[in-house]
Design a protein around this ligand. Structure first.
Ligand code: FAD
Length: 389
C-alpha cells in the first residue's frame, strides 16, 4: 500500500497518478464524448486500466488486486477524470462492491467475484436507491424472503449506474428478523441475467457513456451464498462501503474540476479580443485562481479522508469523507461554470464540450449523497446540533 506522509502524497502515489494520467491521456476527452454521443461504451479504457492493475489497486493481492488502499484507487479515479475520462463505475465496482466483498465476503465469494472486479471483466453495480425511499434509505422496501436454502428478492431500484455494463449488482434488500419481525438491511449479489431482473435506462442529460437505470426485481431467486456477509450485520457492512464511496465521489469531482480548469486556463491564455489574452483581465483570471484554490483544498481533504480510512480510523474517515465530498462537488460545479464563462460562446458548443461538464459536475451535489445530507451530518456529528430528520 502506498501511504501519504505530511501534506504531500508519497512518491509512489504521485508516480501512480502520472502513469494513470498518461494512459487516460491516450484516450482523452474527444474519444470519451464521441463514445457517449454514439451510445457506445468505454470498455477499452476500462479493460486497459484493469490490465495495468489500476482498477483493483485497492483489492488484496490474493484476489487479483494491487493490495493498496482507497487513497490509491481514489488517485486513479481522479486522474482519469482529470484527463476528461471520468468513470463513474470506478466509484461503484472496485470501491463500494470491492471493499464490501473484501471485508465481509466468504473466501469462496472473494475468489468468485474479486478477480473480475480487478481486471474489469466482472464489473459489479451497486443498488440502494429506491423511487419512494430516496435519500431516506431506512425506508427501502426491496425485500429478501427465505425460500428453502436460498432467497427470493422483490423490489424496485432507481438511478443505478452501469447495470448494462455489469455482470452482477450488489443489491441492498431487507430481510425479516425471525424473532422481532423487524426488517434489517442485507446485501445480495444479483446476476443481471437472472430471471425476474429487468433494467430500463433512464434518459439523462449527462454526456457520458455510463448510463443510469431503473431496476425491477420480481421474484428473483438466488442461492444461499448470494448473501454477502452476516444477515445480522447488514448496516455495519453497508457503511463499510460508504466512506470509500464518498472519497471516490470527491475524487471524481476534483478530477472533473481540474479538467475544466485546465481547459479554461489554456483558453484564457490564447484567446485575444482586446489588446491582451482574456486571461490578463482579472475578471477572467480571478475566478480561475479561486477555482484552483478550492480544488486544491478539496483534494487535500480527500487525501486526508483516504489516509484516515486506510489507517483504519473509520470514524475520523467518515467526517473527513463527507466534508471532502461536499467541498469537491462545490469546487467542481464552480470550476465548470467558470470554465464555460471563460470560453464565451464557445463554452456552450459541442466542439469545446464545456457545457456538458455543468451537468456532470452538478450530479456531484446530488449523488451519491446530497449536499444537504452532508450538511445534516456535519451539523449533527461535528457541531453537536440536534438531529433534523
Ligand atoms: C448520476 C447518478 C448516479 C447514481 N448512481 C447510483 C447508483 O449507482 N446506485 C444507487 O443506489 N444510487 C445511485 N444514485 C442515486 C443517488 O444516490 C440519489 O439520487 C441521491 O441519494 C438522492 O436521492 P433522490 O434522488 O431520491 O432525492 P430525494 O431523496 O428525493 O431528495 C430530493 C432533495 O431533497 C433533499 N432532502 C431530502 N431529505 C432531506 C433532509 N432530511 N434534509 C435536507 N434535505 C433533504 C435532498 O438533499 C435533495 O436535494 C445516482 C444518482 C445520480 C444522479
Amino acid at each position: 500500500m502506498t501511504t501519504t506522509h505530511g501534506f504531500t502524497e508519497s512518491d509512489e502515489r504521485q508516480e501512480l497518478r502520472r502513469q494513470v494520467a498518461r494512459l487516460a491521456g491516450k484516450f482523452g476527452r474527444d474519444w470519451f464524448t464521441e463514445r457517449a454521443r454514439a451510445g457506445e461504451k468505454t470498455t477499452d479504457l476500462w479493460l486497459e486500466i484493469g490490465k495495468n492493475g489500476y482498477l483493483g489497486i485497492n483489492i488484496p493481492e490474493q484476489y487479483g488486486g494491487g493490495g493498496g488502499g482507497i487513497g490509491d484507487i481514489a488517485a486513479v479515479c481522479e486522474e482519469l477524470a482529470a484527463q476528461g475520462c471520468p468513470l463513474l463505475l470506478m466509484v461503484v465496482s472496485p470501491a463500494i462492491c470491492g471493499t464490501i466483498i473484501s471485508r465481509y465476503g466468504t473466501e469462496e465469494q472473494k475468489q468468485r467475484w474479486l478477480p473480475g472486479i480487478c481486471d474489469g471483466t466482472g464489473t459489479m453495480a451497486f443498488a440502494i436507491t429506491e423511487p419512494d425511499a430516496g435519500t431516506n434509505t431506512h425506508n427501502i422496501t426491496t425485500t429478501a424472503r427465505r425460500d428453502g436454502d436460498g432467497w427470493v428478492l422483490n423490489g424496485r431500484k432507481i438511478y443505478i449506474s452501469g447495470v448494462d455494463e455489469a455482470d452482477n449488482v450488489l443489491v441492498v434488500a431487507r430481510t425479516e428478523d425471525a424473532r422481532t419481525g423487524k426488517l434489517k438491511p442485507c446485501l445480495f449479489v444479483v446476476p443481471t441475467d437472472a430471471d425476474g431482473f429487468e433494467a430500463r435506462s433512464i434518459p439523462m442529460e449527462i454526456v457520458s457513456p455510463e448510463l443510469q437505470f431503473q431496476v425491477f426485481i420480481d421474484d428473483v431467486r438466488l442461492p444461499a451464498d448470494a448473501l454477502v456477509g452476516d444477515e445480522d450485520g447488514g448496516l455495519v457492512q453497508l457503511f463499510a462501503g460508504l466512506n470509500p464511496e464518498r472519497i471516490m465521489a470527491a475524487s471524481f469531482s476534483t478530477g472533473l474540476a481540474r479538467f475544466a480548469l485546465d481547459k479554461a486556463t489554456a483558453y484564457a491564455k490564447e484567446r485575444v479580443v482586446f489588446k491582451d489574452a482574456i486571461g490578463a483581465h482579472q475578471a477572467v483570471a480571478h475566478p480561475l485562481a479561486q477555482s484552483h484554490i478550492e480544488i486544491e483544498l478539496a483534494r487535500l481533504m480527500t487525501q486526508k479522508a483516504a489516509a484516515l480510512y486506510d489507517a483504519g480510523d473509520d470514524l475520523g474517515a467518515g467526517e473527513a469523507a463527507n466534508m471532502a465530498k461536499y467541498a469537491a462537488a462545490e469546487a467542481a460545479c464552480d470550476a465548470a461554470d467558470r470554465a464555460v464563462q471563460t470560453h464565451g460562446g464557445n463554452g456552450i458548443t459541442q466542439e469545446y464540450g464545456m457545457a456538458g461538464l455543468l451537468v456532470a459536475t452538478r450530479a456531484g451535489r446530488i449523488a451519491p449523497v446530497s449536499r444537504e445530507m452532508i450538511l445534516n451530518f456535519v451539523s449533527m456529528h461535528s457541531l453537536g446540533l440536534p438531529k433534523s430528520y
